[in-house]
Design a protein around this ligand. Structure first.
Ligand SMILES: [Zn+2]
Length: 112
């Protein structure tokens, strides 16, 4: 690209012109840090939904930070969805087990 001030050619990623020292208006490129919390939240969402959900939410918030440059955002969203589905499944299984046990108990009762 070319400097807006002096018109000389400068590096595309330069934030300051090397010829005249005027800022190019281009912000420093965001660093690409790995969003560990999003990965942890995603993995944990399969095992411990509540902790996975908390980590995924933190990971999602972290992904908005310029340091992460959006890294792990989709992973964090996936972690949040999986955590919610897993929590719903736990409740369904618990209700099924309780109602199944109650049904079994009542059927046993009628045989005796
Ligand atoms: Zn310049």
């Amino acid at each position: 690209m070319f400097c807006k001030n002096c018109g000389k050619e400068i590096d595309d990623n330069a934030s300051v012109c090397i010829h005249c020292g005027v800022a190019t208006g281009k912000t420093q490129p965001a660093t690409n840090e790995i969003n560990v919390m999003a990965i942890v939240g995603f993995v944990l969402s399969f095992f411990t939904a509540i902790i996975g959900l908390i980590c995924s939410i933190i990971g999602y918030k972290n992904s908005k930070d310029p340091r992460y440059n959006g890294n792990g955002r989709s992973l964090a969203i996936a972690g949040i969805i999986i955590s919610c589905v897993a929590t719903a499944l736990y409740f369904i299984i618990i209700i099924a087990v309780i109602s199944g046990a109650a049904c079994f108990a009542s059927s046993v009762g009628t045989y005796y």
